[in-house]
Ligand binder design. Structure first.
Ligand SMILES: O=C(O)C(=O)C[C@]1(C(=O)O)C=C[C@@H](O)C=C1
Length: 451
């Protein structure tokens, strides 16, 4: 490599590192903390689902006993993990051989005496779940939920861990109970899932990938129940919204009732023998909970797609050899309305396409900003703006755009730079989402991680 190019590359890497540190890297984001005293998260891991309780019980016993589990990565008093594994890539495979010899504690007689660190190899850069070969992926819902299928698409062969709430999925990753979380952020019919945008800001996880799933809804009821008997339909609010017109078109005179997730509604109908109630859920949920499919493909649009993001404790290294997307959140506290215009121009002038822009009111939740002298100030912002753009953080166009945006915003954070799922939004959902992308086996039947 000619010297000039090498110098440019080094300067580029230094700049990238600086930007990542400033805007998203764990060592950099230390400067921005949640202040909300009414924060509901501490200590609540959710206990409503039997499966979740069982997973937790199993996982905590594993963490206490297993030599390759939490003993090598104890939580710090603050609850933060002490050191980062190299977040390897986005494919969810790999092992923890690098750490095991050093961390398991006891050196065998045959072990080499030298304490010199051995060089990293390519294998060291692969994902390193600390508790066996299967990646544990948290999702919101119960088995049969679309999120479970999304976890299976994102990480084939993963062990899917059901969580009763979105916050629980975030916490499961933060507390090393799961390695990743897969959460819905937007749907082609129902729009954004605002709760998850808020949680992305309030937690310290990084977006490391995205998956788009065709969502094919069915109307499910107990065997023998006919549509005319129905007085109620229950499901996740997004699913109810996605089927609104079709429910009316089917001539159903039913009340709509919101449930935590689609498969949970199916389970509820089955477990309580509700003969006047149907659930909107997947064909897989019908199989799992012994329900019959009264109507198939009841979403109002045949190309109903939900976009999920994959979250991890560490960001992945952005690359330029395949299409990447970057998600940021920013706010400004200055007078005037031109800031948003300036931000959008920073992308437009560099020919960077935006794929999403979302604003969320944020008036009552201060954010703590820390200056170079480590003095913190509580800042109230009217709105937070979330933007997804089609460029990698390794791309100098993206680095320059963010450097410019930083000049006229008061708060800026990179939520993640990750490979794009190239599945077109308009892909037909001709069958249940799980048929093209089989979901992982139910957590309860999965083999325990090797210790
Ligand atoms: O309830 C489920 O099955 C989910 O996975 C949640 C969810 C959502 O939150 O949007 C996911 C996909 C569908 O859009 C409907 C519901």
């Amino acid at each position: 490599m000619p010297n000039g190019t090498a110098a440019a590359a080094t300067a580029g890497s230094a700049r990238l590192l600086l930007l990542l540190r400033r805007h998203g890297h764990p060592q950099a984001v230390r400067s921005i903390h949640r202040l909300d005293p009414s924060d509901p998260f501490p200590g609540t891991l959710g206990t409503r689902r039997v499966d979740w309780k069982a997973s937790c019980a199993f996982l905590s016993s594993k963490a206490a006993a297993g030599p390759d589990s939490s003993s090598d990565k104890p939580l710090s008093p603050s609850g933060d993990p002490p050191a980062a594994d190299p977040e390897p890539d986005d494919d969810g495979k790999g092992g923890n051989h690098r750490l095991s010899a050093a961390i398991n504690g006891v050196r065998t007689a045959a072990a080499p005496i030298s304490n010199l660190p051995r060089p990293l190899t390519i294998a060291d850069l692969s994902p390193a779940p600390m508790h066996g070969s299967r990646l544990r992926v948290a999702y919101q819902g119960v088995p049969g939920a679309y999120s479970e299928a999304a976890a299976g698409k994102a990480y084939p062969n993963c062990e899917a861990i059901p969580c009763d709430q979105f916050e629980v999925a975030f916490q499961a990753v933060e507390l090393w109970i799961a390695d990743r979380a897969v959460l819905p952020v937007e749907n082609s019919l129902g729009g954004s899932i605002h709760r998850n945008y808020d949680l992305l800001l309030r937690h310290r996880l990084h977006i490391v990938g995205e998956v788009q799933m065709p969502v094919h809804h069915c109307l499910l009821a107990l065997p023998g129940v006919r549509k005319e008997y129905l007085t109620r339909v229950m499901s996740h609010p997004q699913a109810l919204a996605q089927c609104e017109l079709t429910l009316t078109r089917l001539g159903l005179n039913v009340t709509r009732e919101a449930f935590d997730d689609t498969a949970g509604a199916a389970e509820h109908v089955a477990n309580n023998g509700l003969r006047d109630t149907a659930a909107i859920a997947s064909a897989r949920a019908a199989e799992l909970y012994g329900l019959q499919v009264l109507a198939d493909g009841i979403q109002d649009d045949s190309s109903n797609v939900t976009r999920f993001v994959m979250l991890a404790r560490e960001p992945i290294i952005p690359r330029t050899d395949r299409p990447f997307k970057t998600s940021i959140v920013f706010a400004h506290d200055r007078e005037g309305t031109s800031v948003l215009f300036k931000v959008l121009s920073a992308f437009a002038f560099r020919d960077i396409s935006l794929t999403k822009i979302e604003s969320r009111p944020h008036r009552h939740r201060p954010i703590r900003l820390v200056d170079d002298a480590n003095v913190g100030t509580a800042k109230h912002f009217e709105y937070m703006f979330y933007v997804d753009f089609e460029a990698s953080m390794a791309d100098t166009r993206a680095q320059n755009a963010l450097a410019e945006i930083q000049e006229f915003t008061s708060f800026l954070r990179v939520l993640g730079s990750y490979p794009m799922d190239m599945t077109p939004w308009g892909a037909p959902s001709s069958s249940a989402s799980s048929s093209t992308n089989p979901p992982p086996p139910p957590p309860s039947s999965s083999a325990p991680p090797s210790s």
